[in-house]
Design a protein around this ligand. Structure first.
Ligand SMILES: Nc1ncnc2c1ncn2[C@@H]1O[C@H](COP(=O)(O)OP(=O)(O)O)[C@@H](O)[C@H]1O
Ligand SMILES: [Mg+2]
Length: 322
């Protein structure tokens, strides 16, 4: 049985078009996410990823459709859903402790200050900012500010962590360190996470599943790529895994051509937006797929498995940027 902790049910977003009428940014998106799962979404700029994330956060509403989290439909923002933005969005007049404690106090309004501070301290320590509690945002580096954003998001112990390109403004070293931190914390705490990224390598390192979104207008979810790499993976070693380039090339091929031509591609196929095809590029097909029970074959796994290819591109994140 699939655990539908989060269910996106047929959401469409329209905005008024400049010359009258409406532009449909995306249409009829259906997706479920399980508890504790890390989902990344990849698609070109403007296809509507941030709008989807804002709808999940309750900061925006769909024109049609609904989103259900833990059996309740989203009606507005909630402290059950924490957002980490691309820019840190910290309160400049508050210290590191002040920023995190403010979030904690808004969730547990009746807690004594001592408990609020202890909870804030726990997450400041977790993101490696011990000793910087008294600093204000202006005194922190970009990476440290983003760490405060992560501590603030986690400190309210959200049901879901929503991240909109959280590391894209950081230098490569800091980005790598923070990816490691977020991955460790999510694994340790069983955190459910939904993250937008432009960086294919980041998605393969972090995600259990990578959702591919076509270009807008009228964007749709084209495929769900199940990450074939083992859950225990190290950032500096993932690219050596035999399945790594298969999955990486599959995602890059999507961004380069299929994201534009998807409407053509599905003309003859039985694409159903309610059952977005699931693929495992590069993964060996089950040896006895034909005789195995139907539960062992993934829907949509009819696309040929992509063989592991030699390293054709440098592991520069920009190579995989949309
Ligand atoms: N408030 C708005 N009014 C009109 N159009 C908007 C509004 N917000 C976003 N859009 C349009 O919706 C599309 C998707 O935006 P966005 O979700 O930010 O895309 P992404 O995050 O994938 O780059 C873009 O074309 C953008 O111009
Ligand atoms: Mg965006």
């Amino acid at each position: 049985m699939t655990d539908k902790f989060i269910a996106i049910e047929g959401i469409t977003k329209r905005f008024p078009a400049p010359g009258g009428g409406a532009t449909t940014v995306f249409e009829g998106l259906w997706l479920t996410m399980a508890r504790g799962e890390f989902t990344c979404i990849i698609g070109h700029s403007g296809c509507g990823k941030t709008t989807v994330l804002n709808i999940l956060a309750g900061l925006d509403a769909p024109s049609e459709g609904t989103v259900i989290v833990d059996n309740q439909s989203i009606e507005g923002p909630s402290l059950d859903r924490a957002v980490i933005f691309q820019s840190h969005a910290l309160l400049p007049w508050r210290t590191v402790m002040g920023n995190v404690a403010y979030a904690v106090a808004s969730k547990w309004r009746r807690s004594p200050q001592r408990e609020v501070q202890a909870q804030a301290q726990k997450f400041i320590d977790l993101v490696g900012l011990t000793g910087a509690e008294g600093k204000r945002p202006a005194e922190l580096s970009g990476g440290m500010k983003q760490r405060v954003g992560i501590a603030r998001a986690l400190s309210i112990e959200p049901k879901i962590m929503l991240m909109d390109e959280p590391f894209s403004a950081l230098d490569a070293l800091t980005r790598g360190t923070l990816q490691d931190e977020v991955r460790r914390i999510c694994l340790e705490t069983g955190q459910t996470a939904f993250m937008i990224t432009h960086d294919v390598d980041e998605a393969i390192y972090l995600a259990d599943r990578v959702v591919l979104m076509t270009n807008g207008p009228n964007a749709v979810l084209a495929e769900i790529v199940e990450n074939p790499l083992p859950k225990e993976r190290l950032r500096n070693e993932v690219h050596r895994h035999p399945l790594y380039y298969g999955v990486r090339n599959h995602i890059i091929d999507f961004l380069v051509s299929r994201s534009k031509n998807f409407a053509e591609e599905i003309k003859e196929s039985g694409y159903d937006r309610r059952q977005v095809p699931v693929v495992r590029p590069g993964a060996p097909l089950p040896a006895v797929a034909a005789s195995a029970s139907s539960s062992s074959s993934l829907p949509g796994s009819t696309r040929p498995s992509v063989a592991a290819a030699p390293p054709v591109a440098p592991l520069d994140a920009s190579a995989g940027r949309a």
